[in-house]
Design a protein around this ligand. Structure first.
Ligand SMILES: NC(=O)c1ccc[n+]([C@@H]2O[C@H](COP(=O)([O-])OP(=O)(O)OC[C@H]3O[C@@H](n4cnc5c(N)ncnc54)[C@H](OP(=O)(O)O)[C@@H]3O)[C@@H](O)[C@H]2O)c1
Length: 327
């Protein structure tokens, strides 16, 4: 099989296309023929080893696993003797988490990994994008932010992969949603269901007073200190990126306005499986969609990473795996 391998941390060029032996599934494993993955800011962090905290999971001096890539969509081609959840031919999607390995034509994961059957009508690209944005936004809003129906949430970075999922999921949770994005993405964010959209080039959302129950800065462009005034008295501020000193101080508080962070990618697979079922149901009901920006074939993943690094992708950047790509 062909795979994208990297032996050291560095710029996109450290990712090399190589021919490797196909993995052999053990008794409890599922072998998946990959059709799509996505290139994400988290993948960039694991490719560069920056911020340094990423290396606690990916390897201190060099990547622990040579094949990176978290989110996957593909078809089960073989299962181990003890596998009961899946069978050959199943279309599956999900997250390999710290096992990585999605940047390849074939990957092998335990059947207990965060995998689910793709709902009818979902393309592989949509599935890989939803595994990224949906599996991040849902636990942030519902669990970390404790967002309730009728509350007012602001989502900063509403046009990214996490943000586009967050806008839709916050509406599904019954919240009033304000999305923040640049002027070129205002119509997109509105089309996802946001009640109000703020163009960050025109208006500074942190200047609002007592406006929000929850602020979710999906792209980490604000700080708790600057957003405090915009929170209601018991409001919660969350950041999707790396915690800053101001956030950590806010996290020490016991009452009043609080700051929170969650490493949603490190959640137990069983929790992710439960959430994939919910995301699939929303998708199947036409209530949730994946926004796809650009697509690249596997061999151009370095170009995809360079684009993701600009910080201006809209929704997901899909990596189509060879001739198996779909619409
Ligand atoms: N905590 C966790 O466990 C976890 C899990 C998954 C992902 N993450 C992190 O979540 C973050 C978001 O990921 P993502 O894929 O959603 O990011 P992304 O898609 O790369 O975000 C890009 C979007 O951010 C917008 N943006 C850029 N500057 C902005 C600003 N100043 N204000 C508002 N929006 C701005 C851009 O819009 P314009 O081009 O219009 O500016 C663009 O659409 C990443 O840092 C990722 O590592 C965390």
């Amino acid at each position: 099989m062909r795979a994208i391998v990297q032996d050291r941390y560095g710029p996109p060029g450290v990712m090399q296309l190589r021919e490797l032996a196909e993995p052999v599934p053990g008794e409890g494993d599922v072998l998946i023929e990959m059709h799509a993955t996505v290139a994400t800011p988290s993948d960039v962090a694991f490719r560069t080893g920056s911020p340094f905290i990423a290396r606690l999971f990916s390897g201190l001096l060099k990547p622990k696993t040579p094949i990176l890539g978290d989110n996957l969509a593909g078809v089960v081609v073989a299962v181990g003797a003890n596998v009961t959840r899946f069978k050959p031919g199943d279309r599956v999607y999900g997250s390999t988490g710290t096992l990585a390995g999605a940047n390849a034509e074939t990957t092998c994961v335990p059947e207990t990994a965060a995998l689910a059957i793709m709902p009818p009508g979902m393309s592989f690209g949509e599935a890989a994008g939803l595994a990224d944005g949906g599996l991040t936004a849902l636990p942030f809003l519902r669990d970390t932010g404790e967002l309730k129906a009728g509350q007012h949430v602001l989502i900063n970075g509403a046009s990214g992969s996490v943000g586009t999922a967050a806008v839709q999921l916050a509406k599904l949770l019954g919240a009033e949603v304000t999305g923040v994005c640049s002027g070129r993405n205002v119509e997109l964010v509105r089309s996802l269901g946001a009640d109000r959209v703020i163009d960050y080039g025109v208006e500074d959302f942190t200047r609002a007073s007592d406006a929000y129950d929850v602020i979710f800065d999906a792209v980490g462009k604000s700080s708790f200190a600057h957003c405090e005034g915009a929170l209601k008295p018991e409001g919660i501020y969350m950041v999707g990126t790396v915690p800053t000193p101001s956030l950590l101080l806010g996290m020490l508080r016991k009452r009043g306005k609080l700051a929170r962070f969650a490493a949603t990618g490190l959640r137990p697979p069983a929790d992710k499986i439960r959430d994939l079922a919910l995301l699939s149901a929303y998708f199947h009901a036409g209530k949730l969609r994946t926004v796809i920006d650009r697509r690249y074939p596997l061999e151009q993943i370095a170009v995809a990473h360079a684009y993701v690094e600009t910080g201006h992708k809209v929704g997901s950047v899909v990596i189509d795996i060879e001739a198996r790509a779909d619409a």
